[in-house]
Design a protein around this ligand. Structure first.
Ligand code: NAP
Length: 302
C-alpha cells in the first residue's frame, strides 16, 4: 500500500517546516493556509494548494491541523467551509495545535458522527524541533488511529508517546507548558540577578549551562535574552493562551498552580508593552520593568 495522502492546514512558524518534512518523507500533500501567500513555497516544493479546508479533506486520507487556539481549530474543522464538510468515513483528523482538552473532545465527537476519527497530537520542541523533525509528540484518541498514523508522526518527530483517550494529548501538553513557562521565569531571574550584581552574562551562561541548572530554555533562550533577540520561535501571545488553558484545566480540577498564575501575570506586563508577538525570551522585559534594571545595554525604541 502506498503512502497516505496527507492534508495540512496552517502553515505558520510550526506548520510550514512540518509540512516540508512530510513532503521530504514522500507523502502526497495538499495544503491550505488562511493567508494564501504562505502556500506558495509549499506549492513550489510539490504540494497541491487547496481553496478551503473542505477541499483539503476531499483530497486526503489524513488531515493535520496546526493553527492557533480552540476557536481556530473549531473553525477549520467544523466551520462553514471546514474539514467536516469534505470528510468521508475513514478519514483521520490529527490536530497538532495546542488547544483545550474539553474542546478537543467536543470536536472529536462531532467528527465521530461522520465516521471520522480524531487524534489530538500537540508537540513540544519549538521551531527548531519542527525544522529538524525532532519534535516530541503527545497523542490522545483512538489507539487504532494512532497506530495507523505512526509513520506520519515519525516523519515529524523523534519521541512519540500515546497518552490515552481523546484530550489526553492536549492535557499532557498543558503540563509541558506549565514546566516550560516556570523554567523560562527561572532563567530570567537567574540572569537578572547576575546582571544586577555586575557579572559578565556570557560567562555566567557558559558556566551554568554545563551544570545542574542547564535546560532547553537556558541553552536556547538564555543567549537570545542577553543579545536582545526577541524574534519569535514561540510567541508570548501563544504562551499566554497555553497558560490560560492550563489554569482553566487546573480550576476544573480544583488544583492550585501558584507559579503558573504568577508567570501568567508577569507576561501581561510584556503584553502591555505591546510585545505579545515577540518570542517567549521577551519574558525578560517583565523582570527588567519590575527590577528597574536592563539585562544588558539599552533596548532601542523603548
Ligand atoms: P503561528 O506562526 O502564529 O501560525 C498560526 C497558523 O494558524 C497560521 O498559519 C494562521 O494562518 C493559522 N490560523 C490561526 N487562526 C486561524 C483561523 N481561525 N483560521 C485559519 N487559520 C488560522 O503559530 P505557530 O507558532 O506555528 O503555532 C501553531 C500552534 O502550535 C499553536 O497552537 C501553538 O501553541 C503550537 N506550538 C507552537 C510552538 C512554537 O514553538 N512555535 C511549539 C509547540 C506548539 P495565517 O497565516 O492566515 O495567520
Amino acid at each position: 500500500m502506498g503512502l497516505k495522502r496527507v492534508g495540512f492546514i496552517g502553515l505558520g512558524i510550526m506548520g510550514r517546516p512540518m509540512a516540508i518534512n512530510l513532503l521530504k518523507a514522500g507523502y502526497p500533500l495538499t495544503v491550505w493556509n488562511r493567508t494564501r501567500s504562505k502556500m506558495e513555497e509549499l506549492i513550489a516544493l510539490g504540494a497541491y494548494g487547496a481553496n478551503s479546508p473542505k477541499e483539503v479533506a476531499e483530497r486526503s486520507d489524513v488531515v493535520i491541523t496546526m493553527v492557533t487556539d480552540s476557536p481556530d481549530v473549531e473553525e477549520v474543522i467544523l466551520g462553514p467551509d471546514g474539514v467536516i464538510h469534505g470528510a468521508r468515513p475513514g478519514l483521520i483528523v490529527i490536530d497538532m495545535s495546542t488547544i483545550s482538552p474539553a474542546v478537543t473532545r467536543r470536536i472529536a465527537s462531532e467528527l465521530a458522527k461522520k465516521g471520522v476519527k480524531m487524534l489530538d497530537a500537540p508537540v513540544s520542541g519549538g521551531e527548531k524541533g519542527a525544522k529538524e523533525a525532532t519534535l516530541s509528540i503527545m497523542v490522545g484518541g483512538p489507539r487504532d488511529a494512532f497506530e495507523e498514523c505512526l509513520p506520519i508522526f515519525e516523519a515529524l518527530g523523534k519521541k512519540i508517546v500515546y497518552m490515552g483517550p481523546s484530550g489526553s494529548g492536549q492535557t499532557a501538553k498543558l503540563c509541558n507548558q506549565v514546566i516550560c513557562a516556570l523554567n523560562i521565569q527561572a532563567v530570567c531571574e537567574g540572569l537578572m540577578l547576575g546582571a544586577k550584581a555586575g557579572l559578565d552574562l556570557k560567562k555566567l551562561l557558559e558556566a551554568v549551562s554545563a551544570g545542574a541548572a542547564s535546560s532547553w530554555m537556558l541553552v536556547n533562550l538564555g543567549p537570545k535574552m542577553i543579545e536582545r533577540d526577541f524574534k519569535p520561535g514561540f510567541k508570548i501571545r501563544h504562551q499566554q493562551k497555553d497558560l490560560r488553558l492550563a489554569l482553566e484545566l487546573a480550576a476544573e480540577l480544583k488544583m492550585p498552580l501558584p507559579g503558573t498564575a504568577l508567570v501568567h501575570q508577569l507576561l501581561r506586563i510584556v503584553e502591555a508593552e505591546g510585545l505579545g508577538e515577540e518570542g517567549t525570551q521577551a519574558a525578560i522585559i517583565a523582570m527588567e520593568k519590575i527590577s528597574g534594571t536592563k539585562i544588558v545595554g539599552e533596548r532601542e525604541g523603548c
